[in-house]
Design a protein around this ligand. Structure first.
Ligand SMILES: [Ca+2]
Ligand SMILES: [Ca+2]
Ligand SMILES: [Ca+2]
Length: 262
């Protein structure tokens, strides 16, 4: 009942629309394996004013469940966050609301961090996490809404869907310890052997994969990605060689060895 009262009181504002520039609510994406946890961020971009709250109803396959909804970096302590899930056949709906009578958010960034439990029965492939496109209630906007600073006006906005891609397990044809789907996702092919550190962040590609598999975040709370520099200090971190990439040091040595063998 609590969520319905909140939704009704907050979302009546969504009936009116204004000509404000359009911020965008976006669901993040992730890649994981079945029977694991995966975190997606609900973020906002193209902000140009102060906002007092928002609601959204997300839809995703019922083989996944949201087990935690936490405030993102944009929401201060006074924000009330509430959610309720309902499963309808093969799809689950999650109604979310976050508002504060005193604080606002006014810059681009993360609003909520959602932990998805990906069931062992989830098929491999892409699973869309989408914003609802129809109202569940005739009198209020249950799809999604963003309010202005004092909650009196609903702001025109856009939404971008996200999703979770579930990789096949036991899919490592080149026997380098890294799932082939994960390699192709990040590198485009299977040419990497795990020892390189292409993003020069102190974690080898294999270590990035292991940390990713363990749902581990780096010290900046960012997911591991072999193409994006992660914060130093996480599991497996090793100070990168001074003067730049290990590759820069190794390639001349490899080249000279090749030449010597010719
Ligand atoms: Ca592989
Ligand atoms: Ca790296
Ligand atoms: Ca990285």
């Amino acid at each position: 009942m609590k969520i319905q009262i909140l939704l009704t009181s907050m979302l009546l504002i969504a009936i009116s629309h204004t000509a404000q520039a359009a911020p965008t609510l976006s669901m993040g994406t992730s890649t994981t394996v079945a029977d694991s946890n995966s975190i997606l961020q609900l973020s906002i971009a193209d902000t140009d004013m102060a906002y007092g709250g928002f609601n959204a109803r997300l839809e995703y396959p019922s083989c996944m469940a949201v087990t935690n909804v936490a405030a993102g970096s944009l929401l201060g302590d006074s924000f009330v966050i509430d959610s309720v899930a309902a499963t309808d056949g093969a799809t689950t709906n999650l109604a979310l609301i976050a508002y504060s009578g005193t604080e606002t958010f006014s810059t681009d960034g993360d609003l909520l961090s959602l932990t998805f439990q990906v069931g062992a029965d989830c098929a491999t492939g892409q699973h869309i996490v989408s914003f609802a496109t129809v109202n569940a209630e005739p009198l209020v906007n249950t799809k999604h809404a963003i309010s202005n600073q004092d909650g009196t006006v609903s702001v025109s906005h856009l939404v971008t869907n996200g999703g979770i891609t579930i990789m096949e397990t036991d899919n490592d044809t080149d026997n380098d310890g890294m799932n082939d789907d994960w390699e192709i996702l990040h590198f485009g092919d299977l040419s990497h052997n795990g020892f390189a550190d292409g993003d020069r962040d102190g974690y080898t590609d294999l270590q990035e994969y292991i940390n990713f598999l363990a749902n581990e975040l780096d010290p900046a709370e960012t997911a591991f990605d072999p193409t994006v520099a992660n914060e130093a200090g996480g599991t497996g971190y090793q100070e990168p060689s001074q003067g730049g990439s290990l590759w820069i040091l190794m390639i001349p040595a490899i080249q000279s060895a090749v030449n010597a063998g010719q």
